[in-house]
Design a protein around this ligand. Structure first.
Ligand code: BLA
Length: 504
């Protein structure tokens, strides 16, 4: 079975939301064979939307619906491999926007109502404001606030949030615009399972997602399997894709009537989302969503720019220190001494202290666990890890013995020089109170009526004191210690070569 019967929150990540087989009811999803341009599948709401029964459409040439001229245009565009542009189409006197996507031997067509016409002047003004305001926002925080403010101004939703993911895909509201009387969710965190992996994956493909009416009944697409491919229709590109029932329930529990979300993608990775909530149903047409897409794109570019600059700045500082260390270790003295003389290995990355373990000898520098504790850490834990570089900001989670010294070493970064030789950096615990939007340990409850697990009902602020966690290791930290690892390995090899030379 392609679409499982029973989806609940214990198997969220298995829900194949891209082949959900349903359309949101404000528009029509239709598929046709690209060979014959014949309608093969459509959502069952054509009577409500077009005043034409869906039974009468299937098997008919697409021209019956959109006219000969549009059909020819579509077919030619498809044959030439050109990008298919949105077309304004009149059906029984009503205006629609037809959005076309190519799916190998089929065309996937979205028909959306077009009530307000496209206004190029408004559109242009929005683009100019987006460019100017985002470019001049200073910090990443300022940028997030500006993106929320622009979204608020342009699209009239009741709440706007910039939502940022951490390494484990939990998210935090880092900027917010809302109505005055609504409670603030700024700073609240939400667990990764609220937005499962396949949904995050889809956001990389299709950057804007509108849910026009949370209380809508999604309309089935029939037949379920495409007569062309024998497979369900891939709705990844559709702007009308029906919404997962679990997510609907989630939004209902939150009291949301409609949502609009855009992906923030930085260097190919989902960095966060701009999410808009409305208290009642709300639809934005394609042109408005294009403005939003542009806003999210510019926002993404500006984040990437700031992250790259900050990375380069930090890298150049630590590279300078590494160069000095390399001069020292090329000295004839013993390695332990050369790594702890004028410039110390602990100067290389921000840390509380560090340890050198070479040929059975241990040297501690700065704030560290005791000798016995570090020896045990290496012996019982690190020596079993086969990676050349290992790091964690929650050591005691995987190595419970570390609980006793979490104050000095909640975080460790370790490089392996050879089989039994290590350089280790320690980061102290940073106590943090984290505010969650609802207790993350009570993500679900059993729903008698639906006979399945349901998302949590309460999103009330829930505080958690985070212990045993250090500041996270960043990419520039990892890069510079990897480079040092190469340098030290090379020096050891040279020393061994010289020894052999001298023996001969
Ligand atoms: C999707 N969940 C989402 C999305 C967001 C959130 C932003 C993107 C889709 C959208 O709304 O358009 C979560 N929304 C939030 C959070 C806030 C918010 C955290 O406003 C904070 C203020 N959701 C669950 C559980 C499951 C789940 C337990 O909580 C698992 C079954 C599923 N969430 C789920 C699915 C989607 C989703 C399947 C994709 C919905 C779709 O695209 O159809």
């Amino acid at each position: 079975q392609l679409y499982p019967d029973k989806i609940d929150i214990s198997n969220c990540e298995l829900e194949p939301i891209h082949i959900i087989g349903k359309s949101q009811s404000h528009g029509v999803i239709l598929a046709c064979s690209s060979q014959k341009m014949e309608i093969t599948q459509c959502s069952e709401n054509t009577l409500e939307v077009f005043s034409l029964p869906h039974e009468d459409l299937k098997g008919e040439p697409l021209s019956v619906l959109i006219g000969e001229e549009q059909e020819t245009k579509l077919k030619n565009g498809f044959l030439k491999g050109e990008a298919l542009l949105p077309e304004e189409i009149k059906i029984k006197g009503k205006s629609f926007l037809m959005l076309s996507h190519i799916l190998e031997a089929q065309l996937l067509l979205d028909f959306e109502p077009l009530e307000n016409q496209y206004d190029p002047v408004t559109f242009q003004r929005q683009l100019t404001r987006i460019l100017n305001n985002l470019r001049s926002a200073g910090t990443v925080e300022g940028l997030c606030r500006e993106a929320a403010a622009l979204t608020w101004d342009f699209f009239d939703y009741h709440r706007i949030m910039v939502y940022r993911f951490d390494k484990e895909w939990n998210g935090e509201v880092v900027a917010e615009e809302k109505e005055e009387e609504a409670e603030s969710w700024l700073g609240l965190r939400y667990p990764a399972s609220d937005i499962p992996a396949q949904s995050r994956e889809l956001f990389l493909k299709n950057r804007v997602r509108i849910i026009a009416d949370v209380n809508d009944n999604p309309v089935p697409i029939t037949p379920q399997l495409s007569p062309v491919t024998g497979q369900p229709l891939d709705l990844s590109e559709s702007g009308l894709r029906g919404v997962s029932p679990i997510h609907i329930e989630y939004l209902q529990n939150m009291g949301v009537g409609a949502s609009l979300t855009a992906a923030i993608v930085v260097n190919g990775k989902l960095w966060g989302l701009i999410t808009c909530h409305h208290n009642s149903a709300k639809f934005l047409n394609y042109y408005q969503r294009e403005s939003f897409r542009f806003l999210a794109q510019m926002f993404s570019n500006e984040i990437a720019l700031r992250e790259t600059n900050s990375f380069l700045e930090k890298t150049s500082i630590s590279e300078e220190i590494r160069e000095k260390l390399v001069v020292q270790i090329n000295n004839k003295k013993p390695l332990l001494e050369t790594l702890t003389s004028k410039v110390k290995f602990t100067d290389l990355v921000a840390c509380g202290g560090g340890a050198l373990f070479f040929n059975g000898e241990l040297l501690l520098q700065g704030n560290t666990p005791s000798e016995a504790e570090v020896n045990s850490l290496i012996d019982v834990y690190l020596s079993k890890i086969k990676k050349g570089v290992f790091y964690t900001s929650k050591l005691s989670e995987d190595f419970p013995e570390a609980e006793t010294y979490k104050k000095t070493a909640s975080g460790i970064l370790s490089i392996r020089i050879s089989e039994n030789n290590f350089i280790i950096w320690f980061r102290p615990e940073v106590l943090q109170t984290v505010e969650w939007g609802g207790n993350p340990e009570k993500k679900m409850s059993y729903n008698e009526e639906k006979q399945r697990l349901s998302p949590r009902k309460s999103f009330e602020k829930w505080s958690q004191l985070l212990t045993g966690t250090s500041r996270e290791w960043e990419n520039h930290d990892l890069n510079v210690v990897k480079a040092l690892q190469e340098n030290v390995r090379f020096v050891i090899l040279e020393k061994q070569r010289n020894k052999i030379k001298n023996l001969n």
